[in-house]
Design a protein around this ligand. Structure first.
Ligand SMILES: [Zn+2]
Length: 218
């Protein structure tokens, strides 16, 4: 996301207007249930404080994002202001290439990002953050061979949308094979740089964080 001062002001003003709209009770209930579920997964009452902003038009998504957004984008987490923007259920099929039913899974995916951020104080490695979103929201993805899925690990500070299935598969295998405790420890361990992350990974999982070793050990 790139903002200049003018764009930022426009975005803030629109957020102020849209956040006054009432959230339907089903969505509020879903939010509460998801918070319970994710607290339970992380074994910790994280209770992130955030607002959901429902959108009706792609233009609103673009203004708040500060850029033209892609058709597949249905929701987004804005960590700094603690808000999730997402197309309202009846706008999903009109404004995105998703099905209506994707609404709740996307919302859960976005809430999972808020947890990731709360726990780690950062949003990277991106593949891990996105993979956790898919895992916790139980989202479907195209199953790829492991040799291809490991390509996700290059997505550290930035993320290319084509790596969603790669990241989803990698995280699922790490959890299935080594348990959720290790991945929580990994998310919790502090690192800014990729080499710090690699060292922590090796300590936690007992093998080197390379594509070859991941293929061998997953
Ligand atoms: Zn995501």
């Amino acid at each position: 996301m790139e903002y200049d001062k003018e764009k930022m002001e426009k975005a803030n003003n629109l957020v102020k207007i849209l956040e006054k709209k009432e959230i339907p009770i089903e969505i509020t209930n879903f939010k509460e249930e998801t918070i319970k579920e994710l607290n339970n997964f992380y074994n910790y009452n994280i209770n992130p404080d955030f607002k959901i902003i429902l959108l009706d038009k792609r233009e609103e998504f673009d203004i708040i994002s500060g850029e033209k957004t892609k058709d597949w984008m249905i929701g987004r987490t804005i960590y700094v202001i603690g808000k999730i923007i997402i197309f309202n259920i009846d706008a999903v099929e009109r404004e995105t290439n998703h099905k209506k039913e994707d609404f709740y899974k996307t919302l859960k995916h976005e809430i999972a990002h808020l947890y990731f951020f709360k726990i780690s104080s950062k949003g990277h490695p991106k593949w891990l953050n996105e993979g956790m979103g898919y895992f916790l929201a139980k989202q479907d993805y195209k199953d790829l061979p492991l040799e291809q899925a490991v390509e996700a690990i290059d997505q550290f500070n930035s993320f290319d949308g084509k790596h969603y299935p790669h990241s989803a598969k990698l995280v699922r295998l790490l959890i299935e094979k080594y348990g959720k405790e290790k991945i929580i420890e990994l998310i919790n361990s502090w690192y800014y740089k990729r080499d710090e992350f690699e060292n922590n990974f090796k300590e936690i999982y007992g093998f080197k964080f390379t594509k070859e070793e991941l293929i061998k050990n997953l």
